[in-house]
Design a protein around this ligand. Structure first.
Ligand code: TEU
Length: 563
């Protein structure tokens, strides 16, 4: 039964190394800094650590611009440090998942430096080159995800090369089997070093329509993604990686799927397809995007959030897929600020979001700082920002007619830097992150919001996560219980059940600062066993019985078990 896989009852902790822990005084985190904190992570009950890129990189996109795939950047440490990290994790019965960024490489990669020297260089076709369009401009109208055109002109050889992200991130040409062979070698190199899994960056973008047609905007927003998202050969390419590396090394793998569909994610993650173990999708994190547009603002649509989460739970369950569950990552503002109250009800809100997510089917991901209730920072001016996407968009928004203040406001709400401030370890100098000058500011609330305070307080958010992670290891209904949404559009409450023959789990959460009551559906109530429901986890002092009508304080969230 595929539901026995070990990673289906695991929880993953995501480490953004640049902001995790600095042991050199350089002001950026490093591998030895992560090693110092393994017991802190283990204390949560985590058994997989996802380490984001630490490879040689010019850091234009904080390591997602890789210049050498099998070397550690000296800023993060040495290969010996990496080997020691793997060993230290194994000692703690924990696994290492590393980030693989092979939709594109840095333009500093030797392959690209060679490729741009001449049209017949042996590495030329490792990348995607096209002649100028009829007007002498870019070959088509595709747009970069970070703003601006998706093509850069190379004077030396008179052609454009494709860059779906930053102009220093050149898309690799997966049509070229030599590229696919290089990727297999890279994956085998790291698998031979003892990593247990891979997170594959924007892996559903690697197959492009070889005609590179203009996008007429008839399907998606007209930036070309219709011609490279979930492209014609994407499943073929992934099956090849699975056959040559994932399966032989028995790896756990997660694909980051940008702008994807439920149907594709079922194919990407159903074990019978032999592709990935699970997938990230982002539809639940676009319910505050007006018409899907990230750089416009609106309050989030609560009903849409519940609908998307439910549709994906039901759809993936019926299709045999497997979700990577997450509210947060290094590309998203903090959910605590985005969806709830990060001030008066910060602790209740953080625990409510955790209970709501960890009751769903899938493998949960905890992004560093989420487990201690880190909110979005308070930004003072644009000089505090570092993210290439945010800095680009600040200019582009003004070119589109926004005033500097309007553009800055949108960036403070949307910027990926919202989740990239250094981990606050304690209330000491620089929150214990560095003895030097941090690469990005430290959140000034670190005397109140820091890991040490959270670990020492048994009623903290940290210990709430620990309880949820522990439940997942032992409660079968969390792994294979059928998902059923219970609330029918309640304005403040999200309620759902998970069911097997033997057990029923009920999760009820108040996403508002109002005290509300929620009435269970009649067909649920009245059964004698409902009164025997056991309250497994709560985020308020009160311990309500499961009753026909449940009263919920602001941001209250409960999980009951009926056996
Ligand atoms: O993210 C790709 C991605 O979908 C987001 O970056 C999103 O497209 C972007 O924020 C625009 O809204 C992955 C990595 O997680 C991200 O950090 C990298 O910048 C990106 O790929 C390129 O490697």
């Amino acid at each position: 039964n595929p539901l026995q896989d070990w990673w289906r009852t695991s929880t993953v902790y995501q480490v953004y190394p640049k902001s995790f822990n600095d042991t050199t005084g350089r002001g950026t985190g490093d591998i030895r800094g992560l090693m110092e904190k393994l017991d802190y992570i283990k204390g949560l009950g985590i058994n997989i650590v996802w380490l984001q890129p630490v490879y040689v990189s010019p850091q234009n996109d904080n390591g997602y611009d890789v210049a050498e795939y099998c070397s550690i950047d000296p800023a993060f440490g040495t290969m010996e440090d990496f080997d020691e990290l793997v060993a230290e994790l194994k000692k703690r019965n924990m696994h290492l998942m590393i980030d693989i960024v092979v939709n594109h490489s840095s333009t500093e990669h030797p392959w690209f430096k060679e490729a741009r020297t001449s049209r017949d260089n042996r590495y030329r076709d490792y990348y995607i080159w096209r002649d100028p369009g009829t007007d002498g401009g870019p070959p088509n109208n595709w747009k970069s995800k970070f703003g601006g055109p998706a093509w850069q002109y190379d004077e030396g050889t008179g052609q454009y090369y494709l860059t779906l992200f930053d102009k220093t991130q050149a898309d690799l040409n997966w049509e070229n089997e030599k590229v696919r062979e290089e990727v297999v070698d890279i994956l085998r190199f790291w698998a031979d070093k003892g990593v247990s899994g891979f997170r594959m960056d924007v892996i559903n973008l690697i197959s492009k329509d070889p005609d590179f047609p203009d996008d007429d905007g008839s399907v998606s927003p007209g930036d070309g993604r219709k011609f490279y998202t979930d492209g014609p050969r994407v499943h073929e390419y992934i099956k090849e990686l699975n056959e040559k590396v994932f399966k032989p090394y028995n790896l756990v793998t997660v694909g980051e799927m940008s702008s994807t569909t439920l149907e594709h994610c079922i194919r990407y993650s159903n074990p019978k397809e032999n592709e990935f173990s699970m997938t990230f999708n982002f539809h639940h994190l676009k319910v505050d995007y007006p018409n899907g547009q990230k750089w416009e603002l609106k309050p989030y649509d609560f009903e849409e959030l519940k609908k998307v989460l439910s549709d994906w739970q039901t759809g993936m369950q019926q299709g045999g897929g497997w979700n990577a569950l997450f509210w947060n990552n290094h590309d998203q503002p903090r959910a605590l600020t985005r969806f709830t109250d990060d001030k008066e009800y910060r602790t209740e809100s953080a625990k409510m979001l955790a209970t709501t997510l960890h009751g769903l089917q899938g493998t949960p991901y905890v992004y560093q700082g989420e487990e201690i209730g880190m909110p979005d920072p308070k930004w003072n001016d644009m000089s505090e920002f570092r993210d290439i996407e945010s800095l680009n968009m600040y200019e582009i928004l003004q070119q589109q007619g926004k005033t500097p203040e309007e553009a800055a406001h949108i960036v403070t709400v949307r910027s990926r830097d919202n989740s990239r401030l250094p981990m606050p370890w304690n209330d000491g100098h620089q929150a214990g992150f560095t003895t030097g000058t941090p690469w990005i500011k430290i959140d000034e609330r670190y005397p109140l919001i820091n890991a040490q305070a959270q670990v020492e307080d048994p009623h903290s958010i940290y210990h709430h996560y620990r309880q949820l992670i522990e439940l997942r290891k032992n409660l079968r209904v969390l792994t294979d219980g059928e998902y059923v949404r219970l609330d029918q559009g309640h304005p403040e409450v999200y309620a759902y059940a998970r069911r097997t023959q033997e057990q029923t789990l009920i999760v009820i959460s108040n996403f508002s600062s109002r005290s509300v009551s929620y009435e269970l559906p009649p067909n649920m109530w009245g059964k004698p066993d409902m009164a025997s429901a056991q309250l497994l986890i709560r985020n308020t002092t009160e311990q309500p019985e499961l009753a026909e009508v449940v009263k919920l304080q602001p941001y209250a969230s409960y999980m009951w078990l009926i056996e």
